[in-house]
Design a protein around this ligand. Sequence first.
Ligand code: PRT
Ligand code: ZN
Length: 292
Amino acid sequence: MKNNESRNIKLAIQKKGRLTEKSLELLKLCGIDIENYSERLVVSSNTFPIDIFFLRDDDIPEYVQDGVADIGIVGENVVYEKKAEIESLENLGFGKCKIMMAYPDSASLESPQDLMNKTIATSYPHIVREYLKKENIQAKIIELSGSVEIAPTLGVADVVCDIVSTGNTLMMNKLKKGFTVFESQAVLISNKELATDGNLETIKQDLLRRIRSVLSARRSKYLMMNVPKLSLEKIMKLIPSLRSPTIVPLADNESVAVHAVIPSDYIWNIVDILKNEGASGILLMPIENMIP
Ligand code: PRT
Ligand code: ZN
């Protein structure tokens, strides 16, 4: 892929499905706005040199591997199932799910050994095959493209291996959770030869830097509160701030305002102590971007 012409980077995302909205939201937080994308195959952004292709998720790994798209956002489960030769750039923290073995009430599945000589229905034959190989188990795999969970009721399989998120689908089909075979989330992937095009590589690195700043901002919150001077020392020890917290004197001379960046859920570990120490006006705010 050697050419010196400058062109937009081509990003493939899911056209319509579980990853679409979150992918577009991530791009928006990276400063990449697109308009009127519904029902279009490809849309360019006015604010970043990128063309966004809307595709079926199953096609994305291969398109990125073959250079039809330069980069893509897709579930790791699909990347692995399609055995795509791509470079994985970053875990994106959404679209999280597990591929699990599940079984009807009549069966039992305590350990992988219980799969011996069973029939397993799945949409992920490659992932299941690899798993069985690793565990040294002989079993028959039946590949189904959808509604895998009804296979035991139809009598075509003993066990299913499918994506589980909340577990509601399994419950509705009277299936019990067995064990996890694969854990997945949405990932940013890249064509392996992209680096040979200096221009596209620069755009990719710019996008990646923006994505990383959004992801690290998501992991953090901005905390603001008023603290009595007498409690300041004790409270400062509680705050695992990324940088040293900002301390601003207040007019009353007895308190100070403390501002700090803390890990997202950490406030719930310390809120009672903060209150006991007299902290007031505690505000916790989302951070949009965090640029190192
Ligand atoms: O049309 P296209 O081929 O693009 O979409 P698709 O229908 O193949 O995929 P889609 O939109 O359903 O999922 C896209 C990706 O989202 C998957 O490849 C996973 O990486 C991820 N993901 C996260 C999920 C789920 N959670 C999920 N719960 N994909 C599917 N499910 C389904 C699952 O198959 C099962 O039917 O939801 C059901 C189970 O959900 P619970 O919550 O009832 O357990
Ligand atoms: Zn699909």
